[in-house]
Write a protein that binds this ligand. Structure first.
Ligand code: DAH
Length: 340
């Protein structure tokens, strides 16, 4: 009996010694120690053996398995040594082979649409401005005419950055309105694309981090007509056709009057999932800049008027490409990103 094991082991060792690659070794491993392998067959035969032989066969099978695994490991490290030595001598190295293909990245869909929006507004004479993402309460709320305990702040729950409640992650791009008024004199025509943050329950249309584009125009004699005309021209370029629009009254402390600006659903004529069967899609909040906001920026409201608007860029990208879940944008999943 013992001789049989010895013979089987020697056979295995010979095969292992003659094997020169990892795939071959794997196959030998399966042949001996796999589910349908030699060792398993020995173990499976035990119940049908006379009791006095069982123990010996069990031990023999286990020893065989150990010895085969050891021989495999030994051969594997031998092969590794050999290939390392060859590599050190420069064998197998062909400097004329082309390099491995470099994986090329692509722009994020939000970046692509953001650039398109910037181009369109620049072509209408707008500057593209920037502001800090970690913002003072003063700019995010107070100077925008949100008094300290005003309920309108409830709409904008955010992440606070200090214990005193002065520093926060901006909840919208509107604070840059004040920073712009402080820095530039009218006439002003600017957009501010940027990242904004909210402490929200996350779902298919809510993310903690998303993107907005703010617009601000301040000059003598600016009216609601300029506001709607501008947004209509912008949308015509973006969707390459005229879309019906409508204004509804809307409340934002930093504009008076304030509006919700809706567009006719770009996808349907009589109601679909995107427009929740209403044929209208909310596009942005907008209005005439509140006199208190102009004053906070040291601009004389008796002399100047202005309009402002703010729209969600992510939503626009979703409309543009038919994306149904906003969480894809920050998810970092290459299967999503590689489609753009
Ligand atoms: N900042 C507002 C928000 O995030 C959107 C907005 C509404 C911006 C009206 C404006 C505006 O400039 O005039 O909900």
């Amino acid at each position: 009996m013992q001789d049989d094991y010895q013979k089987t082991l020697e056979e295995a060792q010979t095969k292992i010694g003659a094997c020169a690659d990892a795939t071959g070794l794997k196959a030998i491993e399966r042949e001996y120690t796999g589910k349908d392998g030699v060792v398993q067959a020995l173990l499976a035969s035990i119940p049908s053996l006379p009791p006095e032989e069982r123990r010996g066969v069990g031990q023999g099978a286990n020893q065989l398995k150990q010895a085969v695994l050891e021989a495999l490991a030994g051969r594997e490290s031998e092969l590794a040594q050999v290939s390392l030595a060859a590599e050190r001598k420069g064998e197998g190295y062909d400097p004329t082979l082309p390099p491995a293909a470099v994986q090329r990245g692509s722009l994020h869909p939000v970046t692509m649409v953001m650039r398109e929006v910037e181009d369109l507004f620049q072509s209408m004479g707008y500057s593209v401005l920037d502001g800090p993402e970690v913002e003072l309460d003063y700019y995010n709320f107070e100077a925008l005419n949100f008094p300290p305990d005003h309920p309108a702040r409830e709409e904008y729950d955010t992440f606070w950055c200090d214990r005193e409640g002065k520093l926060l992650l901006r909840t919208h791009t509107s604070p840059v309105q004040i920073r712009t008024l402080e820095r530039l004199k009218p006439p002003i025509r600017a957009i501010v694309p940027g990242r904004v943050f909210r402490h929200e329950e996350l779902d298919a249309s809510h993310e903690h981090t998303f993107h907005q584009v703010e617009g601000l125009v301040v000059d003598e004699g600016v009216t609601v007509g300029h506001l709607t005309g501008t947004l209509k021209s912008f949308l015509r370029e973006l969707f390459q056709r005229d879309l019906d629009v409508r204004l509804r009254p809307g409340y934002f402390p930093f504009v008076e009057p304030g509006f919700e600006f809706d567009i006719r659903c770009p996808f349907c004529e009589d109601g679909c999932r995107v427009c929740s069967k209403t044929t209208w899609v909310e596009f942005c909040g907008c209005g005439m800049v509140h006199p208190n906001v102009l004053r906070a920026g040291d601009v004389d409201p008796e002399k100047y008027t202005g309009f402002a608007f703010g729209f969600g860029l992510d939503r626009l990208v979703m409309l543009r490409y038919g994306i149904d879940d906003i969480r894809h944008f920050m998810g970092g999943d290459l299967r999503f990103l590689e489609q753009f």
